[in-house]
Design a protein around this ligand. Sequence first.
Ligand SMILES: [Zn+2]
Ligand SMILES: [Zn+2]
Length: 152
Amino acid sequence: MKQKSEAELAYERNVLEWKKKYNWVQPPFDPSRVIAVKKCGMRGCGAKTKLHRHHRGHEYLLARIMPDVYAIRYLSFHPDDIVIVCQKHHSDLHRLYMPYIYDLPDAPTHAELEDLRMVLRNVCDTYLRGGKKKKHDKTSKKQHRSRTNLRP
Ligand SMILES: [Zn+2]
Ligand SMILES: [Zn+2]
């Protein structure tokens, strides 16, 4: 077993604190078991190992900022909040989230957090739909199609 990093330990502390504070009880169905039969949701990836459950709206961060509103939601791994991704695409997603998170004001309101949540969900879905295919490939195909449509 590798030693846990500071970040992992802090994560576990936070989750434990929320579970205690909000009297959270594990639901009878453990969604984490589903992972074994899933694959990365990134189009064109399909990796089946090192899979992570990613919260599309980064509810973990939101729960850190406003636990009364978001902690229970985070802990419950709501199916609509979750996508399965491999390690690489998980880090990619969090990298893509960064500029939006930096844009948050010091003491964001609930409305501002909800806005962020929606934006992040959208960033996530758009990215996962994109797949490995390069953008210009699609464009050239489209251009080709529209050219053939130009018949009189
Ligand atoms: Zn994530
Ligand atoms: Zn992947």
